[in-house]
Design a protein around this ligand. Structure first.
Ligand SMILES: [Zn+2]
Length: 140
């Protein structure tokens, strides 16, 4: 026996919302989330690729003390990552086409490309930081 209740797409709860707090947290840094943040675009040549052709590049290589954090990683195609190798940008003469940043959970939910209702999108957008690249797509 199954019971169902009809509710609005967004419901409020009394007190502090744990869900709202989580919206400001960064998602785990995985290649899948990284490639989504960067729209599958190589940070060096600007071309877009499928997941299988992409790599995680550490702007400051880990061998030179660069952290494995959102603000030090970009999406790079295999060719550009191979070319950059273990070098700093000034050593290899390559330039970033975009600046890496830490996304939040709201952005990750939008980028998962689930079926998001308009009212839910408005809610998620309220958590997006100004520097999120999602804004460019929402305006288009
Ligand atoms: Zn590339």
């Amino acid at each position: 026996m199954v019971s169902t209740i009809q509710t609005a797409p967004i419901i409020a709860v009394k007190g502090h919302s744990a869900a709202a707090k989580r919206m400001h947290k960064a998602p785990s840094l995985t290649n899948r989330e990284l490639f989504r943040r960067d729209r599958h675009m190589c940070a060096y040549c600007g071309k877009t690729f499928s997941d299988i052709k992409l790599t995680r590049d550490h702007v400051i290589p880990t061998s030179k003390g660069g952290p494995d954090k959102w603000t030090n990683v970009v999406t790079a195609c295999e060719s550009c990552n191979h070319k950059k190798d273990d070098q700093l940008l000034e050593e290899c003469g390559m330039k970033l086409l975009y600046v890496p940043y830490t996304p939040n959970r709201a952005e990750a939910l939008i980028l998962e490309n689930r079926k998001v209702l308009d009212c839910q999108m408005e809610y998620l957008k309220s958590f997006l930081p100004e520097h999120s690249r999602v804004w460019e797509e929402l305006k288009a």
